[in-house]
Design a protein around this ligand. Sequence first.
Ligand SMILES: NC(=O)c1ccc[n+]([C@@H]2O[C@H](COP(=O)([O-])OP(=O)(O)OC[C@H]3O[C@@H](n4cnc5c(N)ncnc54)[C@H](O)[C@@H]3O)[C@@H](O)[C@H]2O)c1
Ligand SMILES: [Zn+2]
Length: 348
Amino acid sequence: MITILNDNFSQLNTFLHEKSFSKIFILVDENTHEYCLPILLGNMETDLGFEILEIEAGEEMKNIQTANQLWEILTEMQADRKALVINLGGGVITDMGGFVASTYKRGIQFINIPTTLLSMCDASIGGKTGIDLMHYKNMVGTFAFPEQIFIFPKFLETLPFKELRSGFAEMLKHGLIADKNHWDQLIQIRKLEAETVIPHIQTSMNIKQDVVDKDFHEQNIRKTLNFGHTIGHAVESLCLQQGNPILHGEAVAMGMIAEAHLAYLENLISEADASVIIENVQRYYPYLDINDFKDEDITALLLNDKKNTDRKINFSLLSGIGSCTYDHQCSQENILESLSFYRKLNNA
Ligand SMILES: NC(=O)c1ccc[n+]([C@@H]2O[C@H](COP(=O)([O-])OP(=O)(O)OC[C@H]3O[C@@H](n4cnc5c(N)ncnc54)[C@H](O)[C@@H]3O)[C@@H](O)[C@H]2O)c1
Ligand SMILES: [Zn+2]
């Protein structure tokens, strides 16, 4: 299912050769067109005809208008039920392309070739596709699995540093929720760059895949992937509303710090473990100033979280380094205390 590609993409070529596709449609954004498509085309060997579908880069493109354009292009180019969509890009491309492919003619086959760290370790795995609706993220989508996920880690060599660091937050999260050894290895990394991160990608992908395999419909253990995301998402939304969008991983890093302290306040982890987590996450991410956000605004968003039931805020909180609980309801006092703790870190 997940294949790490050789330098000559031989596994992809075998896959294309063995399946009887009618035509290939490669979805890219402007950046993956420039940096990744030449590498793919230079190695792809197939007799099949192919078309390149390019969209502008950015989350703003992940909407129904873009989906509609892509459906129309597929129709005009007479893509039939045996056509293959290749999603070559970050999470925007894999979410969008998976959504378009899984709905066009009630579903045609697609493969993901993720090109960001976030899409390699997270977005391309797990069978969720989707687009944003109004200002709600991933409101409309499908559960649909790619035929294959092909990883070519060297694509990360052209990825901007901030994007790499953003994806790294999900890797740290994978270690924290499921695999202490992975966490221990990651925090050995002094300088974040493609070369230092690449050796750890496979472990991180496997953690996500394992969790999804155990609980595809997010009834139980898949919820642990939300660690750091309850407070993180609220802050991500507030930054966006304020006109200062931050990267998802930056919000998750902030969320993991606040929620590590919250886990300590809720007596789930020791103070020593909380400190180790917080100090290490802080090493990689600049402090995110949340002083402009009122407690009420943050809690209002926490109450709105998709994971909640019966108007109670459900947290996924660590119960150790390498283990995680879910559906944990915290006292209001502790939630506010964890935010106040984060605010004070600025002066520490
Ligand atoms: N389906 C899921 O389970 C899931 C999980 C997590 C996130 N997501 C989604 O993923 C999206 C975020 O993904 P992302 O962070 O990959 O964002 P992205 O796709 O916007 O990529 C980030 C930026 O990097 C550029 N880029 C991509 N690969 C490059 C490369 N190799 N070299 C140079 N530039 C490159 C892109 O053009 C873009 O500008 C969000 O929409 C989020 O909702 C989905
Ligand atoms: Zn995330």
